[in-house]
Design a protein around this ligand. Sequence first.
Ligand SMILES: [Zn+2]
Length: 74
Amino acid sequence: MTACPRCSNTNATVFHEGKEGEELIWTLFGCPDCHYHWRDSEPEESINPAKRKAVFQMDTSNPDRYHLILPVRE
Ligand SMILES: [Zn+2]
């Protein structure tokens, strides 16, 4: 199990491994708790919780804090 960069829960799993021949280039992870997905090749500002902006972090123990926002059609 891997820690999620967005919610810090440790339920993230490997979704896919990007390879060139036999060489592993990147790994795609997914978090079942907050539905964040990321590759380990992304910038630190995206995948390192210490470098991510706090506004983008999520506390899955308090889901009522996050409201559903429907897209606006024009
Ligand atoms: Zn998560």
